[in-house]
Design a protein around this ligand. Structure first.
Ligand code: SF4
Length: 320
C-alpha cells in the first residue's frame, strides 16, 4: 500500500464574515475536525455541495487559508508549524490548478513569461535550463512551442487550462490541488483535460486532491472519494465502494443525481431544505435537519466514524 503524502489530523478552520445588511460579523465554522490521508500517487476527490467547506479545506492544505487548530502533515512535517524556508520548499511541491484558467493567467504576459516566472522566483536554474523545462512541460500538456510567444486571450478555454496545468508543472510538484479543473470548460473539451490529468498523474507520479461537485468526473478520475458535509468528512472509500455501496444518506442523495451511463433511471433522492449556515451548525449529526432516515438520537449525538471495511468509513448512527 502507498504511503501517505499528506495526513490531516483533527483540523478546524474558521473565519469571520460580515452579516450583510443586518450588520455585525459572525464566525463561519468551515472545517470541523477533519481527519484525512492523501496517499502518494493517488487522486483523492473531495465532493459535496457548494458551501460544504471543501474549497476551504483544500486551501488550508496548501496554506492559502489559516487553520484554527489541528495538524496538516506533508511528508510527516506539520506545515502549520513550518518556518519561512520550509514553507517555501513546501510551496514548490504543492501547486494549484484553478477552475477558471483565464483568471489564473496574467492577460498582459506572454505564455513564455507566465511559465518562466515561478522558475525564476523559486530556483537557481540558468536561462537555458529554464527554457528546456518550459519546452518539455508545454509539449507534455499537448501544446506546441509556438504558443509561448502568444497571450492568454489568443487561446481557447481548453488551451488556457492546458497552459495553467503546464505552469503548475514547471516546478516538478509532488502534489496538485485541482479545484473544479474542468467545470468552466465546454463539455466537448472536458474529457480531453480529464484525460490529460490522468496521464500526468501516471507520468510524473503526481498526487492529486480533486475538488469538484461533478460526480461523473470523480467516477472517471478518482481512486478514492471523501464526501464532505458542513465541514466534516461524512464518508470515505474507494471510488468503487462509494459508487456501488454508498452508506451515508447524504452520499446516497448525491449519487442519486448522477445520470446512469446505462440509461437506467435511478430514483433521485431530493434533499429537503437548504444546507444550514456554517455559522450556526446543527447539534448532533449535522445532516439531521435534511436526513430522511433521522431517528431519535441523531439530533442529540454527534455520530462516530464507523469502519465498514479497511478502506470504507462512514459517520452515521445507522451503522453503530
Ligand atoms: Fe441521518 Fe442519523 Fe445517519 Fe445523521 S446519523 S445521517 S441523521 S441517520
Amino acid at each position: 500500500m502507498s504511503e501517505n503524502l499528506i495526513e490531516i489530523k483533527d483540523l478546524y478552520v474558521e473565519y469571520k464574515s460580515n452579516k450583510g445588511i443586518v450588520g455585525g460579523t459572525e464566525i463561519i465554522h468551515a472545517v470541523n475536525g477533519v481527519n484525512l490521508e492523501i496517499k502518494q500517487g493517488e487522486i483523492l476527490a473531495l465532493a459535496g455541495e457548494s458551501g460544504c467547506g471543501k474549497s476551504t479545506l483544500a486551501k488550508a492544505i496548501i496554506k492559502l487559508e489559516n487553520s484554527k487548530s489541528g495538524e496538516i502533515n506533508f511528508k510527516n512535517k506539520n506545515i502549520l508549524k513550518m518556518g519561512k524556508n520550509e514553507l517555501k520548499t513546501f510551496r514548490k511541491s504543492a501547486q494549484i490548478v484553478f477552475q477558471n484558467p483565464y483568471s489564473s493567467l496574467d492577460p498582459k504576459m506572454k505564455i513564455l513569461n507566465t511559465l518562466k516566472e515561478p522558475l525564476q522566483i523559486n530556483t537557481e536554474y540558468s536561462e537555458k535550463e529554464i527554457l528546456e523545462i518550459i519546452r518539455e512541460k508545454i509539449k507534455k500538456v499537448g501544446l506546441s512551442e509556438d504558443c509561448l510567444c502568444l497571450y492568454p486571450h489568443e487561446f481557447s478555454g481548453g488551451q488556457r487550462q492546458r497552459i495553467a496545468i503546464a505552469r503548475a508543472l514547471v516546478l516538478n510538484p509532488e502534489f496538485i490541488l485541482a479545484d473544479e479543473p474542468v467545470s468552466a470548460l465546454d463539455v466537448s473539451i472536458q474529457a480531453q483535460i480529464i484525460n490529460l490529468l490522468k496521464e500526468l498523474k501516471e507520468d510524473y507520479n503526481l498526487t492529486f486532491l480533486l475538488i469538484t461537485h461533478d460526480m461523473s468526473v470523480i467516477k472517471y478520475l478518482a481512486d478514492r472519494i471523501a464526501i464532505m458535509y458542513l465541514g466534516e468528512i461524512v464518508e470515505i472509500g474507494t471510488t468503487e465502494e462509494i459508487f456501488t455501496s454508498p452508506k451515508h444518506p447524504y452520499t446516497q442523495a448525491l449519487l442519486s443525481a448522477v445520470p446512469q451511463i446505462s440509461g437506467e433511471k435511478s430514483d433521485r433522492i431530493i434533499l429537503s431544505g437548504d444546507l444550514p449556515s456554517p455559522a450556526n451548525l446543527p447539534k448532533g449529526c449535522k445532516f439531521h435537519t435534511r436526513c430522511s432516515k433521522c431517528f431519535e438520537k441523531c439530533p442529540k449525538l454527534n455520530p462516530p466514524t464507523i469502519n465498514i471495511s479497511d478502506t470504507h468509513k462512514v459517520k452515521c448512527h445507522l451503522y453503530e
